[in-house]
Structures are given as C-alpha cells and as structure tokens.
Ligand binder design. Structure first.
Ligand SMILES: [Zn+2]
Length: 90
C-alpha cells in the first residue's frame, strides 16, 4: 500500500542544547500524530533516530489503535517535512 504522509503541522516539544537532542511532534493530514526523536550519528550528522505514533487515532496504514511499526518506514519523509515546518533548533 502506497502511503503518502503529509505533515500539516509540526513543533519542537523538547530540545537539549547540550547534546543537540530534540523532539518534534508532527501532525499529519490524516490526523495521525507522530513524535520524532532526533540525535546525531557517529559523524555528527543530525538524523531522526525514532518515530512513535501517538495513540490518538488508529494507524492509517494497518488500522491498529495500539503500537505498531508502520511509521518507521516513513521516518525520513515525515522528518523532512516536519523539519521544514518546525525548523531545526541546532
Ligand atoms: Zn500500523
């Protein structure tokens, strides 16, 4: 199934300037809400390390209303859009 996530709103909900870690909560057009957790890899490049779907709405892909891993496939896409809206704090 071709899922095409569209971020309509995103904001930084926590940021630790000491280690550069931060979190963004992103709202998608289909009302899915995700929390993205960012960190830096060994070369110091910022990247999303985790994505969690907040359990407000069933998963748009598998329709489960409990934890699933569907969103992890779209981590990069959702992250790109979320950073465009929320900005990069580091
Ligand atoms: Zn799912």
């Amino acid at each position: 199934m071709a899922y095409n996530p569209q971020v309509v709103d995103a904001k930084i909900v926590s940021h630790n300037p000491k280690n550069g870690l931060f979190e963004i909560v992103a709202q998608l057009k289909d009302r899915t809400v995700c929390r993205l957790i960012y960190g830096t890899d060994a070369t110091g490049t910022l990247q999303p390390t985790h994505i969690n779907r907040l359990l407000k709405e069933p998963c748009p892909i598998c329709r489960k209303d409990f934890l699933c891993n569907c969103m992890s496939k779209f981590k990069g896409t959702i992250s790109e859009q979320a950073l465009e809206i929320a900005g990069n704090p580091s």
